[in-house]
Design a protein. Structure first.
Length: 278
């Protein structure tokens, strides 16, 4: 005697109190189904039983789950609410992967300027035009958009500089985002060019020497961070650190490893796209 199939029903659950970017694990609570179709409300779909989906921005997303049993189907819709992040977060997308970065409230001039340019699409299609393995990757020169091979880059900008914002707690650890600048007595930053620290191992003796030269002291926590992560401490108090990569540190290593030519420009263009997470 054939076993009677369970009555078909569609249902699911998900966590509450989500903030962007939100990685949501959906728990399928459907009955009697042998296939599923999910619509996440942002143009993405899935046929997995218990999918995980990332909402990059805040909003109310109407999620629809359709449970299938042969020719039968049952559907249920629920609204996933994703709030804006409390921190200022940006995504820096490249062909080598995407970095998620936090911009610091303690450097408001640099943070607000970067957000303004990103919202305007200023960085989209620009290059990481200067790459030094074991040191940093630099981009943000508007002249790098559609730049010819071999073209010298690194002097372009939006036509203004930003006053330095040195903060004792912000140092050049691996993943730090800092503003590039020309040599100027006030150490004012470029209006658009920035670099992301890769760096290398840091010894206690190096930190001791920098303290003597610059007249400041690292905290025990900062020394431990440099030992664990590495960085470029010789740049501390010389260039404004205004953010950090919190996901995707491996992307820095991949970009830093590309083959470069004259003026440390990658032989194969490394483009970027920047989005503010709201």
């Amino acid at each position: 005697m054939a076993q009677k199939k369970k009555k078909l029903a569609a249902d699911f659950s998900f966590p509450e109190h989500l903030s962007a970017p939100a990685k949501v694990v959906f728990v399928n609570q459907s009955l009697g189904a042998d296939a599923y179709l999910w619509d996440f409300g942002d143009g993405s779909t899935s046929s997995e039983a218990d999918p995980t989906h990332v909402y990059k921005h805040s909003g109310n997303y109407k999620v629809k789950l359709t449970a299938l049993q042969g020719k039968k189907s049952k559907s249920v819709e629920k609204v996933v609410q994703v709030k804006a992040p409390e921190r200022c977060l940006v995504e820096i997308e490249t062909e080598y992967g995407t970095m998620l970065a936090e911009l610091f409230a303690s450097t408001p001039k640099h943070r607000d300027n970067f957000v303004k340019l990103a919202d305007e699409g200023f960085y989209d299609g620009l290059l990481f035009h200067r790459v030094i393995n074991g040191f940093m990757i630099q981009g943000g020169d508007p002249q790098s958009r559609n730049a010819a091979p071999g073209q010298m880059l690194g002097v372009g900008g939006p036509g203004y500089q930003i006053p330095a914002e040195f903060v004792d707690s912000l140092i050049h650890l691996k993943g730090a985002i800092a503003a590039a600048r020309t040599n100027n007595p006030k150490k004012e930053s470029s209006g658009s060019q920035f670099y992301i620290v890769q760096g290398g191992p840091v010894e206690e003796s190096q930190l001791n020497q920098i303290e003597m030269m610059r007249g400041f002291r690292y905290t025990p926590e900062q020394r431990e961070s440099y030992r664990k992560l590495g960085g470029t401490p010789h740049l501390d108090r010389e260039y404004t650190v205004f953010g950090r990569v919190i996901e995707g540190l491996e992307v820095i290593d991949k970009i830093a490893a590309v083959e470069t030519g004259q003026a440390d420009r990658p032989k194969k263009d490394v483009w970027m796209k920047v989005r503010v997470i709201k």
